[in-house]
Design a binder for this molecule. Structure first.
Ligand SMILES: [Zn+2]
Length: 205
C-alpha cells in the first residue's frame, strides 16, 4: 500500500522518495519519465503578453496530466485582454486545469467550460470567493501560508489539495498543519488526498 504524500502543484523538479508531485514546467521543456512525477504546463498569465506558438504546448499534451498554471492576474501588469486571450486558448483540451488567480475569480468562473476540471492553486481564502469556487465543484489547493488564513469549514476534504508551489516548505509539514486545521489524523488526510489526486488528475492506480 502506498504511503506517499501528494503535492498538487510544485515547481521543484527534484524527485523525492515518498512524494508524488504534479510538476509545473515551462512549455517546450523536454519531459522524462521519472517515478513519482507527473507534469503540467501552460502559459502563465504573467507571460501572456509574449507571442507564443501554441503548437509547442500541443506537442507536449500526450505527456501532460494537467494544463497550467494558467489563469488571470489583475496585479501583474500584463493587460487583462491579453491574459483573457491566452487563457481561452488553453480551454480547448479536455485535461484538468491548474488555475492561477489574483482578484479575477468571477472572470475565471465565467469562462471555465467545466469547473469540475479545475484546481485553483493558492486558492482565495476570502469567504465570498472561496464559497463560489467550492459550490461550482472545483478543487482548491493551499500552501502553508494559505492555511493560516483559512476557515476549514468552507472546504470539504473531498475538494482539497495541498501544494508546495515555489516554496521550500516540505509537503509533509503542510499536511501536518492541514490535519490539525481539519481535525483529522495525518493518515486519514493523506488517504483522502491520495484519492483526490488520482481522481482529479484522472490517473490510474
Ligand atoms: Zn506555481
Amino acid at each position: 500500500m502506498s504511503t506517499c504524500f501528494y503535492d498538487f502543484h510544485t515547481h521543484n523538479p527534484t524527485p523525492t522518495p515518498g512524494i508524488v508531485k504534479m510538476l509545473c514546467v515551462d512549455p517546450g521543456v523536454a519531459l522524462n519519465d521519472v517515478d513519482g512525477i507527473f507534469y503540467s504546463s501552460g502559459i502563465h498569465p504573467w507571460r501572456a503578453g509574449e507571442n507564443f506558438d501554441m503548437s509547442v504546448l500541443q506537442k507536449m499534451l500526450p505527456h501532460l496530466s494537467a494544463i497550467g498554471e494558467i489563469g488571470l492576474d489583475r496585479l501583474c501588469g500584463v493587460p487583462l485582454q491579453h491574459q483573457l486571450e491566452t487563457f481561452s486558448k488553453h480551454l480547448i483540451w479536455q485535461k484538468p486545469l491548474i488555475i492561477h488567480n489574483v482578484r479575477c475569480t468571477s472572470e475565471i468562473l465565467q469562462r471555465l467550460p467545466e469547473p469540475m476540471l479545475a484546481l485553483w492553486h493558492r486558492a482565495p481564502v476570502k469567504r465570498s470567493s472561496l464559497s463560489r469556487i467550492i459550490e461550482r465543484g472545483s478543487m482548491v489547493s493551499f500552501s502553508l501560508e494559505g492555511l493560516r488564513f483559512l476557515n476549514p469549514a468552507l472546504v470539504p476534504l473531498s475538494q482539497l489539495g495541498l501544494e508546495t508551489d515555489d516554496s521550500s516548505v516540505p509537503i509533509q509539514e503542510i499536511y501536518e498543519a492541514a490535519a490539525k486545521l481539519w481535525q483529522v489524523s495525518l493518515e486519514d488526510l493523506r488517504c483522502q488526498l491520495e484519492q483526490n489526486f488520482m481522481r482529479f488528475y484522472t490517473l490510474s492506480g
